[in-house]
Design a protein around this ligand. Structure first.
Ligand SMILES: [Zn+2]
Length: 222
């Protein structure tokens, strides 16, 4: 893995594309060099395939961003993938309601495009806390999301700031989604679906009704 990292740095360069063939030619003696490159994602390296970056061809990958300096022996060891116990895994799965926290798929479900059935796994997510301290937290993710999700860092301050910009009603709705563990479509979104399916004339009737009597003189409320 260290040699793969050094090859990416010295031969490919950050932001550049390499092909699977070039990779194998650089390491003819290493049978699973693809896997060693994938392992770098555990150390914050971003290596995109055409799944994350549709501009890439099937056999191409992009060395998108450098991660930890895995060639430093100490760093390599501390950041190495520590195995979780069965109890730890079960707890994370239970805490996450046995759903992929990125896309919401459950184990064995098919994806929206009908391809593959989902497998859940536990991954590590770097979270920068409100005090700026970065820590690694465990999260449930499906096999598909995991490919793109590695090495990303969640920013709590940004999320909480965005929440603080919501109006009181939106915040209340958001709090209810958190409590229920799901977005409910019973209220405003269901109404939106029904509104959107109306013919144009009916939509404008609804629009004037929403704008209220104060705007009946033709001015439209934003
Ligand atoms: Zn997912």
């Amino acid at each position: 893995m260290v040699r793969a990292a050094l090859w990416l740095e010295s031969e490919v360069g950050e932001g550049e594309i390499f092909s699977k063939r070039e990779l194998r030619e650089a390491f003819p003696e290493t049978a699973q060099i693809d896997r060693r490159v994938r392992d770098l994602r555990d150390h914050g390296w971003r290596i995109d395939t055409n799944r994350e970056d549709p501009s890439l061809r099937q056999e191409e990958q992009r060395y998108a961003k450098r991660g930890d300096e895995v060639w430093l022996p100490r760093r390599g060891r501390t950041a190495a993938k520590a195995h979780l116990t069965t109890a730890q895994r079960s707890k994370v799965l239970a805490d996450d309601d046995h759903l992929c926290r990125s896309c919401g798929v459950a184990a064995g479900d098919s994806y929206e495009d009908g391809v593959l059935s989902a497998q859940l796994d536990i991954t590590r997510r770097r979270v920068s806390n409100l005090d700026g301290r970065v820590e690694v937290q465990l999260i449930t993710e499906c096999n598909r999301c995991r490919v793109g999700g590695r090495g990303t860092q969640a920013d709590l301050a940004k999320i909480i700031h965005a929440l603080s910009l919501l109006g009181p009603l939106e915040r209340q709705i958001f709090a209810r989604w958190i409590r229920d563990g799901a977005r409910d479509f019973n209220g405003i979104e269901k109404l939106w679906g029904r509104y959107r399916a109306l013919p144009a004339e009916a939509r404008s009737t609804v629009e004037s009704a929403v704008s209220g009597p104060g705007n009946s003189d033709g001015k439209r409320a934003r």
